[in-house]
Write a protein that binds this ligand. Sequence first.
Ligand code: DQQ
Length: 565
Amino acid sequence: MIFSSSLWHFCILSLLLSYGVLQTSELTSAHHYRTGYHFQPRRNWMNDPNGPLIYKGIYHLFYQYNPRGTGAGYRHIVWAHSTSTDLINWIPHNDAIYPSETFDINGCWSGSVTILPGGKPAIFYTGVNSQNEQAQNLAFPRNLSDPFLKEWVKIPQNPLISATPANHINASSFRDPSTAWLGPDHRWRLIVGSRKGKTGLAILYRSRDFLKWTKAKHPLHSTKENGMWECPDFFPVSKTKLLGLDTSATGPNVKHVFKVSLDNTKKEYYTTGTYNVEKDIYIPDKGSVESDNSGLRYDYGKFYASKTFFDSAKNRRILWGWINESSSVKGDINKGWSGLQAVPRTVLLDKSGKELVQWPIVELEKLRTKHVKLPNIVLKEGSLHRVLGVTPAQAVVEITFEISDLKKAEVFDPSWTDPQTLCSKKGASVKGGLGPFGLLVLASKGLKENTAVFYRIFKSQNNKYKYVVLMCSDQSRSSLNQDNDMITYGTFVNVDPVHEKLSLRSLIDHSIVESFGGLGKACITARVYPKLTVDGDTRLYIFNYGNESVEITGDVWSMKTAKMN
Ligand code: DQQ
């Protein structure tokens, strides 16, 4: 299969070259965009992370994969499979679940793993049948003594959970079963994403034996007006400890998080709230909503179809998320691949209890190599400081910014409710009071191309002691190739610049910039494809284009290349 797929890629490229659609220089650049430490298969299309788990000390990641090419190809999609001992270096295995039966012949779509008592893993996934109806199916490992769980057997009772006219579910909007959790009544529960008209639904099912599932009268949660809910994820977080919890955990020190991926906008939202175990419903906290501008997102850039799992070896909850390309279809064919996974992130409840904090898993530090300590310097207005001594195209930057005098902050206009629009209006080149200050990454000599990740601080109109912190990722100058989507992203960050330094951690990896602001309260991931740095001359700068000086401290590391599939 590997041979035929490489051969196919080679033939397509030769054709495109011979017709002049592609230049040889574009082939070089294709290689240039390949990442060094982000999860990706060797070739072709990848989308959602599926069923992450740990079994006998081995981490598993399944993912939606099109074995036939760089486009989505949902009719052929399989669960590809890789394993790792550290979540950073991965080895590939044969596809775990692929279309083979009447109930999944048109695609094996997303789903989750549940670890049953005794440790047996179970995959629940969506199968699409020849009528394009979606239903939920179950598979178990063939050999539980194999820590790599290489073979999976679909049970003969499939499909286990179907949409029928009697249960009023639309079979074309019924997918992505969650990890199941066990209630105090010893019954299993799981949710399936769906919609009724424009109302997004997390339909709840219960089972005593994991085989016979009954639909509950009420969904676990639903919201009007935001359409089809894909990949719902529901999990507990600790209010008191910096640890993750098993999916079935409940109790007085536990809150719940509900995440949904909105098919209409391809944005994800999460809410924090309470799981009422008796009534079997989830009630989001007041003000916690799944909607634009006031809703919380794991990531305000590219990040979709995410899924968490409980890592029982290290008592932590880990988040995986799919990062789509921003390149054109031609660009993807040229690269021979499309789609990445974000670096796995540890997820915890923030001490406010109102939002989550995310941080790249600690294992990423194993890849750190050359280290540069940033000098403790004051960046005067208009300054640009080049960081030397690391490999800027494959690096991690951790930096803090301190402003001792906040007087020059511009007044925040209350009509600026959309941070993304504000970041586009006030891009990195627009001079301000406090900020923009931050990083220029994947920059070319002369800065014709660069991606700017930065902060601005505003003061509130009515309360001169209150500040608004804006974090932006400005891709408008990221590439001279105008075929790419170069939209700017932004979010407000819940930090108080009077009492806290502003932190920024950016993972830079050839064509991805994954940035964590406010110690993980806000993340923005961008995909960029600079053209001018193909010769290897990529640069990294720290800048301050605001009117006030900013003091910086920090560290930068070159990153080794992970063993990737
Ligand atoms: N991707 C899968 C679906 C899911 C969508 C198909 C989300 O199961 O709803 O590849 O990206």
